[in-house]
Design a protein around this ligand. Structure first.
Ligand SMILES: *[C@@H]1O[C@H](CO)[C@@H](O)[C@H](O)[C@H]1NC(C)=O
Ligand SMILES: *[C@@H]1O[C@H](CO)[C@@H](O)[C@H](O)[C@H]1NC(C)=O
Length: 492
C-alpha cells in the first residue's frame, strides 16, 4: 500500500466518522428542538391553567414558580416532611411564589393532603399558592417494576416522568426533593430552568462500588451475588458506568443540598459538587419537657432488633463494666440496661432469644430488662428516667435515635462512626454533648464515666446535649439553611 492510498483511507475514515457524529448531533438537536418547542407552545396556556385553578381572574402569568418533583408526595415519611417544610419556609419568606407539587398520587384532594400534613408533621401551609400536578406515569419509577437492572430502570423511568411533569407546566425552579438526578439534563436542555436538589440518599454510593469490588454482597440474601468473578466484573462495570452517568447528570444542578455529612460525602464524590448540609428538622419538642434531674442508673437502648444494631455489643460492654466495677452490678442502685424495641417477625424473635441467652451466659439476667413492643407511654417514661442513651450500630448514616436521647436530656454513649460521630455527638458551644466508643472496653469506660460523674457535670453535659439536639436539628436551622441555598434563585 503506498502513501497516497493510506491517506485516502484515513480521509475516508474521517469523513465517515464525521458523518456519523453529524447525524447523531442533528438527530439529538432535532429531538431537543421538537420537545422544547412543544413545551414552549403550551407554556403560557399551562401557566394560566395552574394559576386560574388557584386564583380565578387576573394573575400575572410570570409569577415565580417552584416545581417540586416528588412523585410520592402523599407518603408521610421523613422525605415528605422535608418537602412540606421547604414549601412552608419558602411561603413565609416569599409569599408571591407559586408552589407546584408534581406527584404521582392519583385522586388526592389538596385540602385533604394539607390537612394530613398538618396532623402528621405539624406543618401549616397556605393553600392559595400550592397546586398539584398529577403524574400518570409514576409506575415507571416503581422499584417492583424492575426486578433486574433496577437502578437503570428506575432512572430511565424517571426521565419520562420528568418530561410528563414539565409538559404540565414548566417552573422557574425545578426542585428535586426525591433524588431523581437523571431528570436534570432533560430539565436543563429542554427548558433551561434552574435546578435544585435535596438529596437524602445517593442513588449509588461509593460504598456500593467498594462492596462489589471486594466481593461483599450488597444484600446477603441475594444468591446471584455469589456467582463467578465474571459476574462480579460485569456488575462492577455496570455500577461504574451507572455512577459515571449519575455523576454527569448531577452536575446539572445549580444548588445541591444533602441531609447529612454521609450523604454529602457520597454526593460530592460522585457528582463532583460542593453540597451544603441542611439537616432535616427532627420533631423533638415533646421530649424537651422531660425532667433533667433525678435520673436513675438506667442505660436505655432504643433500637429495632436488627442485626446491624449490634445489641450483643451492648451486653458485652455491660459485662465489661461489671468486671471492672463489680459493685455497680448489685444493690438498690444497681445499673440496669433496658433494651427497648419492637419485634416484627420471626427473625427478630430469634435474635431476641439469642440475646436473652447471651445475657444469661454473661451473668447479666438481673441487670438487663427486655422491653419488647413496649407501648409509647413506656418509651417516654424510660426516656425520662434513664441517665444514658446507648447506641452501638457501626456506621449508621444518621441515627435519629441518638438525637432523641439528647433531646430527652440523657447523655448519649454512641458508636464512634457514621452520623453519631460526624453529625450528632459533636461538640456544641465548645462543650461535650456525649461520648463515643467502639468496643466493650471503651463503651464500659464511657458508661462508667457518666454514671459516676458529679451531678453538676452530668447536668452541664445533658443540658448541652439537649440544646444541641434542638438547635442543630430544629425547624429554624432547616429554614435558614434552605433559604441560604435557594435565596439567590428565588429573588432573581
Ligand atoms: C437522610 O436520608 C436517609 C434516607 O432517607 C435517612 O436514612 C437518614 O436518616 C437521613 N438523615 C437525616 C439526617 O435525617
Ligand atoms: C445458649 O445457646 C447455646 C447454643 O447456642 C446453648 O448451648 C446454651 O445452653 C444456651 N444457654 C442458655 C443459658 O440457654
Amino acid at each position: 500500500m503506498d502513501l497516497s492510498s493510506v491517506g485516502l483511507l484515513v480521509i475516508g475514515g474521517l469523513i465517515i466518522v464525521a458523518f456519523v457524529i453529524g447525524t447523531l448531533g442533528i438527530l439529538a438537536y432535532g429531538f431537543l428542538f421538537f420537545f422544547s418547542n412543544r413545551l414552549r407552545e403550551k407554556h403560557w396556556q399551562n401557566r394560566r391553567r395552574i394559576l386560574e385553578s388557584l386564583n380565578p381572574g387576573e394573575a400575572p402569568l410570570d409569577r415565580f414558580m417552584v416545581g417540586y418533583f416528588h412523585p410520592y408526595a402523599n407518603a408521610g415519611a421523613g422525605g415528605e416532611r422535608v418537602l412540606w417544610a421547604a414549601v412552608r419556609d419558602i411561603q413565609r419568606r416569599y409569599p408571591e411564589v407559586i408552589h407546584v407539587v408534581y406527584t404521582g398520587d392519583q385522586g388526592i384532594i389538596k385540602d385533604e393532603v394539607l390537612k394530613k400534613v398538618q396532623a402528621r408533621f405539624n406543618i401549616v401551609l397556605e393553600p392559595s399558592s400550592i397546586a398539584f400536578v398529577h403524574l400518570q406515569k409514576r409506575y415507571l419509577v416503581e422499584e417492583s417494576r424492575y426486578p433486574r437492572f433496577t437502578l437503570i430502570g428506575q432512572s430511565l423511568g424517571s426521565i419520562f416522568v420528568g418530561y410528563e411533569a414539565l409538559s404540565n407546566v414548566v417552573p422557574n425552579l425545578f426542585f428535586d426533593t426525591m433524588g431523581y438526578a437523571f431528570t436534570y439534563p432533560l430539565v436543563y436542555l429542554l427548558c433551561g430552568c434552574k435546578i435544585a436538589a435535596y438529596v437524602h440518599y445517593p442513588t449509588i454510593s461509593s460504598d456500593m462500588l467498594a462492596k462489589v469490588q471486594d466481593g461483599t454482597p450488597r444484600f446477603t440474601t441475594d444468591t446471584t451475588e455469589r456467582r463467578s468473578w465474571l459476574w462480579r466484573f460485569a456488575k462492577l462495570g455496570y455500577y461504574h458506568i451507572f455512577a459515571a452517568i449519575y455523576g454527569y447528570c448531577g452536575r446539572f444542578a445549580d444548588v445541591v443540598m444533602a441531609n447529612s455529612t454521609w450523604t454529602k460525602g457520597h454526593v460530592d464524590q460522585i457528582w463532583g459538587t460542593e453540597a451544603t448540609i441542611v439537616y432535616p428538622s427532627c420533631d423533638t419538642d415533646h421530649l424537651n419537657t422531660l425532667p433533667l434531674k433525678a435520673r436513675e442508673n438506667y442505660i436505655l437502648s432504643v433500637a429495632q432488633f436488627r442485626p446491624e444494631k449490634d445489641h450483643s455489643l451492648q451486653l458485652r460492654s455491660l459485662h465489661k463494666l461489671f468486671q471492672d466495677h463489680p459493685s455497680l452490678a448489685k444493690g438498690p442502685n444497681a445499673v440496669r440496661l433496658v433494651m427497648l424495641g419492637s419485634s416484627r417477625n420471626q427473625g427478630d424473635e430469634d435474635r431476641i432469644a439469642r440475646l436473652r441467652n447471651e445475657s444469661q451466659e454473661l451473668g447479666l439476667t438481673d441487670n438487663v430488662i427486655f422491653a419488647i413492643n413496649a407501648p409509647f407511654a413506656d418509651l417516654v417514661s424510660w426516656l425520662g428516667r434513664a441517665k444514658i442513651g446507648l447506641h452501638t450500630m457501626w456506621n449508621e448514616h444518621f441515627g435519629i435515635g441518638v438525637v432523641e436521647y439528647m433531646a430527652a436530656a440523657m447523655i448519649p454513649v454512641a458508636h464512634n462512626s457514621g452520623g453519631p460521630k460526624l453529625d450528632i455527638v459533636t461538640e456544641y458551644n465548645h462543650q461535650k454533648t456525649g461520648f463515643l466508643a467502639e468496643d466493650p472496653q471503651s463503651f464500659a469506660d464511657a458508661i462508667y464515666k457518666v454514671l459516676t460523674m458529679p451531678d453538676d457535670e452530668y447536668l452541664a453535659i445533658a443540658n448541652n446535649a439537649r440544646a444541641a439536639a434542638s438547635d442543630k436539628f430544629s425547624e429554624v436551622e432547616f429554614c435558614d439553611g434552605l433559604l441560604a441555598c435557594l435565596g439567590r434563585i428565588l429573588t432573581s
